[in-house]
Design a protein around this ligand. Structure first.
Ligand code: PLP
Length: 406
């Protein structure tokens, strides 16, 4: 399928370019020393990860350890409640081991680190899901694991902090700035600069310098590949629309990868938080401009000095002032439409999905659920497939404390 002069038949093979560019976005804006480390990872990825041995091992792990494929569930009661005839479906990444999609790229990244002979993995985490996933992968492969996390997120996501520690990871508290995801990435990158000879940075999303946006997308594309086949098996056709929430954008790129070459409307959902004023949201694609941060060029939210702006969302996994470069590219192309959902709509969706379907969604994923419900009200027929990127156990205490039982 051609869209805006881009051939989506061959898109995943052709993008990013050899230097890691999706059009004007992406690249590797890092120090000469880190350039060497990125080159080492890129070469290892291009050889090791394409080998039959690696592919077979990852396939076995996904089936026997992660519990893949995750199912698709038809939300019959919720669709009936909306009443337009549109049918809602969810891809159940909440049923992936550790309760979110993050393990898909962590098992791949840590397996690669093991093949490269490294002893340690380092990462940042916001909601704690990536930290838990990486700590799990590190335990599985017998690696040391350091996780950098903002002090605010440590308080908000206490169950995930406990899980990381039980799994044997060292959780390093970050007390700079807003003490959330951006500062955690800063701190993890600084640590990696000192340790790259023995360690691999396992970034938590389709972010950072090349090759991370490509590597994480490729590992996450298992979601889209499975979902496309499962949806056709279930219904005999493709969904009319596919929806996912976008923080850095890994769960979204994972499911989108399966449908980019299909006549399917694709929507990424960003957090509008408390509203459109700078500092009250984290909707970088909606309100941001081009800029370089954390080693890559993308669309980002900037303050009056051109620095990454403070951001906010009820969802710790979405409060990042930029999104992956591939999202910026797909946004400019118009192949994916990006929209926003507020905290309030999100909390409503969190409760609605729980009560109508018996699935407690992660507060990040609840953004996609809220948008999927909005879309189903606007359409008069067809189907919407939502990526349910994670389960909401980690959010229950915080939501009840802040919003009460609705
Ligand atoms: C359940 C869940 N969904 C989504 C996200 C957002 O990340 P991404 O946009 O990379 O999928 C997170 C991040 O922590 C998460 O935990």
């Amino acid at each position: 399928m051609k869209f805006n002069n881009i051939d989506f038949d061959t898109y995943l093979k052709n993008y990013p370019s050899k230097d890691g560019f999706f059009g004007r976005y992406g690249g590797a804006y890092v120090s000469p020393e880190l350039k060497i480390a990125m080159k080492e990872i890129t070469e290892a990825y291009n050889t090791i990860c394409k080998s039959r041995k690696f592919i077979d091992e990852l396939r076995r792990i996904r089936k026997e350890f992660q519990g893949r494929p995750t199912p698709i569930s038809h939300l019959e009661r919720l669709s009936a409640m909306i009443g337009t005839g549109v049918q809602l479906y969810v891809k159940r990444e909440d049923l992936n081991h550790t309760g979110a999609h993050k393990l898909n790229h962590c098992m791949g990244e840590v397996l690669l680190a093991k093949y490269m002979g490294k002893k340690k993995v380092i990462a940042e985490t916001g909601a704690g899901q990536h930290g838990v996933a990486l700590a799990t992968a590190a335990a599985y492969f017998g690696m040391e694991c350091d996780i950098y996390m903002g002090a605010v997120d440590i308080k908000k996501q206490a169950p995930n902090v406990a899980r990381m520690k039980i799994l044997g990871a060292r959780v390093v508290e970050v007390t700079e700035g807003l003490q959330t995801l951006k500062e955690a990435v800063d701190a993890a990158f600084t640590a990696y600069c000192n340790e790259y000879k023995d360690a691999v940075y396992c970034i938590g999303s389709v972010l950072g310098p090349h090759p991370f946006p490509m590597m994480v997308r490729d590992f996450q594309s298992v979601i889209g590949v499975e979902a496309r086949e499962q949806f056709i098996d279930m219904t005999g056709e493709l969904p009319d629309a596919v929806v996912a929430c976008v923080g850095g954008g890994s769960n979204a790129m994972g499911i989108f990868a399966g449908f980019l070459n299909d006549p399917v409307d694709i929507y990424g959902v960003e957090p509008l938080g408390k509203g459109p004023a700078l500092g009250d949201h984290a909707a970088s694609l909606k309100f941001g401009e081009e800029g370089i941060m954390h080693g890559f060029n993308s669309i980002m939210l900037k303050d009056e000095n051109g620095e990454p702006a403070p951001v906010y969302s009820v969802a710790s996994g979405l409060d990042y002032p930029s999104s992956g470069p591939e999202h910026a590219f797909l946004h400019d192309l118009g192949r994916v439409k990006y929209d926003v959902v507020s905290d309030d709509e999100t909390v409503d969706a969190f409760y609605t999905l729980s009560r109508m379907e018996g699935i407690i969604p992660a507060i990040e994923s609840s953004h996609a659920v809220a948008f999927g419900m909005r879309l189903a009200k606007q359409m008069d027929k067809g189907s919407v497939l939502i990526n349910l990127s994670g389960r909401g156990d980690k959010d229950m205490d915080y939501i009840i404390e802040r919003y009460g039982i609705r």
